[in-house]
Design a protein around this ligand. Structure first.
Ligand SMILES: Cc1ncc(COP(=O)(O)O)c(C=O)c1O
Length: 499
């Protein structure tokens, strides 16, 4: 029987029964098979550093957490009518297949072969045991990380970019427009469009456009057109520039521009790199692979950790583990965010627009207000006023907790990680590293031992200006000011309240 991971030709007779039987995950059980550590002896797994899957073991289905959530997420509303949006409202922006995935309650959705073929350029991604980091901090805990930086653009983002480009092409669109913060998403979509054969236009948050000229060039190398946002090319951009000529931009503003671009052209669809249900769905290949790899390691995490901007890499790793948690396993699931943009830790759960110019539907989520422009910290991909509604609902239900960190602490953890594990992390991903170190430290102080798994969502090779500033002592620690937060939250007054 074909399971989530495809056909596994492992004959029980070949098993060495001296090896302890691995845990059988809910996901594996649902598919009618158990994952065995092929030829990996228990003691070897205990000293092994990398846990790798074969290309043939790539997940064949995305996992849809909506089918298992204890509380169904509230509907997205049309701002004009206050009624739930229907497929016809979304059709100008998205292909029907993605609209279907957005509202699907099926537990699993098949990954098209064409998407799997492109995934196989870098997937399955490796899972590492961070032995050197463990040693450096002297922890009793075991630390594992899933490394998504091996993709051509350097992050988890192409997991959804390829799928979105595929469905758009299939339904006859020839061009996609999008926003990008740090440049990771813009480069992922440019890469996907190039391979699939679509044009691509990227609105890049101005502060990142200036800080990351190399990401810009990468986006151009994959054939996409790129402009700093706010730009003069859209009505939304011009309106912001008129009021704030020096605006550093924000993801909310760039989304307005990209949505306006797509809404104004028949040949163009809009593509979002995070937040939406279908985006999180596509990312679940990460967690499904990690479940299988943790079994190879003969371990199961007590704590699963990811950084959260809109929430896609976090969800990608955490949702398959939350499936286990909802089924009764005890797992602490921690979302890490910047103190400068503390959406989950300090935002309100409310209906709000996904963009600054109020062009999107109303989304039920933790928000800091749609016109909130976060301080220009160096984790550009985490500067978003809202978060995925699926994650918000799971936070409300107590299945996920969140913490916020200051950027100098985060960079210190990033440098410690680079000096032990060798990989220089993206500043966004460094929030998950910092969270991991906090959890390990707390466990050590309590005399406990944890198995911790975090998502290293990308490398930081295009973020050297941020590291330069850190080494020069020029990074400012910004925690969101209470007055600014109340001002920004005024923007949602009068919008419908979630039930
Ligand atoms: C490497 C990396 N990690 C994390 C994020 C945050 O996005 P999300 O919360 O959707 O994973 C970004 C966004 O650009 C990113 O580039």
């Amino acid at each position: 029987m074909e399971g989530v991971w495809g056909n596994r030709e492992v004959h029980p007779a070949k098993l060495d029964h001296a090896v302890p039987r691995p845990h059988r995950s809910v996901a594996a059980a649902a598919c009618g098979f158990t994952l065995y550590a092929r030829g990996v002896h228990g003691t070897r797994a205990a000293s092994q550093t990398k846990f790798l899957l074969q290309e043939s073991e790539l997940p064949r289905r995305w996992y849809n957490i909506r089918s298992d959530m204890p509380t169904a997420p509230q509907p997205v509303l049309h701002p004009g009518t206050g009624q739930p949006v229907g497929p016809e409202d979304l059709a100008p922006l998205f292909p029907m297949e993605l609209i279907g995935q957005e509202v699907s309650e099926d537990a699993e959705i098949a990954i098209p072969d064409e998407v799997l073929e492109i995934y196989s350029l870098w997937r399955p991604t490796p899972l590492f045991r961070a032995r050197r980091l463990e040693e450096a901090i002297g922890t009793r805990s075991r630390i594992f990380y899933k490394y998504e930086g091996v993709s051509p653009p350097g992050s988890h983002k192409p997991n959804t970019a390829v799928a979105q480009a595929f469905y758009n092409k299939q339904e006859g669109r020839t061009r996609l427009s999008t926003e990008t913060g740090a440049g990771q998403w813009g480069s992922a979509l440019a890469f996907a469009c190039k391979l699939i054969g679509l044009e691509c236009k990227v609105y890049m948050v101005r502060i990142s456009y200036e800080q990351k000229p190399n990401r810009r060039s990468l986006i151009q190398a994959w054939g996409a057109e790129i402009v700093p946002s706010p730009s003069e090319e859209t009505q939304s951009g011009r309106a912001i520039l008129e009021e704030h000529p020096d605006s550093p931009g924000s993801l909310g503003i760039a989304i307005s521009e990209a949505v306006e671009d797509a809404a104004g052209r028949e040949d163009t669809a809009y593509s979002l790199g995070s937040v939406l249900n279908h985006v999180l769905l596509h990312q679940t290949v990460i967690g499904q692979e990690a479940l299988a790899q943790m079994e190879l390691a003969g371990a199961f995490p007590d704590v699963v950790i990811g950084c959260v901007g809109g929430g896609s890499n976090f969800a990608g790793l955490a949702f398959p583990f939350l499936r286990e948690k909802i089924a009764g396993r005890e797992i602490d699931v921690l979302a890490c965010e910047p103190a400068a943009c503390p959406t989950l830790t300090r935002g309100l759960f409310a209906y709000d627009f996904g963009d600054t110019s109020k062009l999107t539907p109303l989304v039920p989520m933790h928000t800091l207000g749609h016109d909130f422009v976060p301080a220009p910290i160096h984790a550009g991909g985490l500067r978003y006023h809202g978060v995925a509604p699926l994650i918000s609902q799971l936070v409300l239900d107590g299945l996920i907790r969140a913490e916020a960190y200051l950027q100098n602490d985060v960079f210190a953890s990033a440098v410690l990680f680079a000096g032990t594990e060798g990989i220089l992390p993206a500043p966004e991903a460094a929030h998950a590293i910092h969270g991991t170190l906090q959890v390990a430290k707390a466990a050590d102080e309590a005399g406990e031992e944890r198995t911790i798994l975090f998502n290293l969502s990308g490398h930081g090779h295009f973020d050297m200006a941020a590291y330069d500033n850190y080494f020069a002592g020029k990074l400012q620690d910004v925690a969101l000011d209470e007055d600014e937060m109340s001002r920004a939250l005024h923007a949602i007054e009068g919008l419908p309240s979630p039930a």
